[in-house]
Write a protein that binds this ligand. Structure first.
Ligand code: CP
Length: 308
């Protein structure tokens, strides 16, 4: 029987191409399950999962919780804002206290890069990284690639441009790793100040002219400006950013071909994309959210099979 090469999902960096294919094939099965009238399977009846979120989330938190419940796992939710973390408890103590309640898997979002890696070395549970600072967001990248595969048949050989704040984006880094692993051609596009100097060493092209980038690509993944991570100004004003790096319908319709528009959310409508682009037939933004549940079911199911 096929299994993942890893015990934790800490980043796409630690996966190989076979892992991604296994996750996608398993997600295909779960996507069929969640479209049935009875959307639940008993696979993880004996597994308890803690979702611990030290940072805000809408999509990822709800999607993980739904995925866990669709697999019949027992689920507990923890938000740092309402916990004893405020009283000075360390991350390891917090998680070990949760684990002493016989928890098998921890899904964690944390503002510090590497928090999941740190935890995986100190606690006895399978760790799933739900976003660690500006480092990685592996399940987002998996659901993004899964959505490209669903829309275009394959990821290999496709031209994908990631537009926006690459410097502060865990979505960008995880997507680059995932897309390259599957044989896609990847470019990043944005203001030079928001493109890390090392980015080309990851095998990624750089384009600062949005129209050129869009005419090259099959898929444009539009990122928001990570205002919560900006310590200084990286561009003059939001209006100027939008003029140079925002996609509107007029620009989209003037391209040489019909491209696919993606966005991990949350969207800042009118900044990186206009409403008529976000809601256009070229946008697969809500398909990404739908696929997130099936992909997260696959990740949890495959990791849980390594616990037993
Ligand atoms: N895409 C994403 O991670 O969204 P949330 O921050 O709402 O979870």
């Amino acid at each position: 029987m096929s299994e993942l090469s890893v015990k934790h999902l800490l980043g796409i960096k630690y996966l190989n191409e076979k892992d991604i294919q296994l996750i996608f094939e398993t997600a295909d099965h779960f996507k069929e399950v969640i479209n049935r009238s009875i959307k639940k399977v008993p696979s993880l009846r004996d597994i308890t999962i803690a979702n611990i979120f030290f940072e805000n989330s809408t999509r990822t938190k709800l999607s993980f919780e739904l995925a866990e419940k669709r697999l019949s796992a027992d689920v507990i939710n923890f938000s740092a804002g309402q916990s004893s973390v405020k009283k000075g408890e360390t991350l390891i103590d917090t998680v070990n206290n949760i684990l002493s309640m016989k928890v098998d898997m921890v899904v964690m979002r944390h503002p510090n890069p590497g928090a999941g890696i740190f935890l995986s070395r100190h606690v006895k549970a399978s760790i799933v990284n739900a976003g660690d600072g500006a480092h990685e967001h592996p399940t987002q990248a998996l659901l993004d690639s899964y959505s490209i595969r669903e829309k275009l048949g394959d990821v290999s050989g496709k031209n994908v441009v990631i537009v926006g704040d690459i410097l502060h984006s865990r979505v960008a880094l995880s997507n680059i790793f995932a897309l390259k692993l599957q044989g896609a051609n990847v470019k990043v596009c944005g203001p030079k100040t928001l493109l890390p100097k090392y980015i080309e060493s990851l095998g990624v092209g750089v384009e600062t002219d949005l129209r050129k980038a869009l005419n090259w690509c099959d898929v444009a993944n539009m990122l928001r400006i990570q205002n919560e991570r900006l310590d200084i100004s990286y561009f003059p004003t939001t209006r100027e950013y939008t003029q140079q790096f925002g996609v509107n319908k007029k620009l989209l319709d003037s391209l040489d071909k019909e491209i696919v528009i993606m966005h991990p959310g949350p969207i800042n409508r009118g900044v990186e994309i206009t409403t008529d682009v976000a809601d256009s037939k070229q946008s697969i933004i809500l398909n990404q959210v739908e696929n997130g549940v099936a992909v997260r079911m696959a990740v949890i199911y495959l990791l849980a099979s390594k616990i037993k």
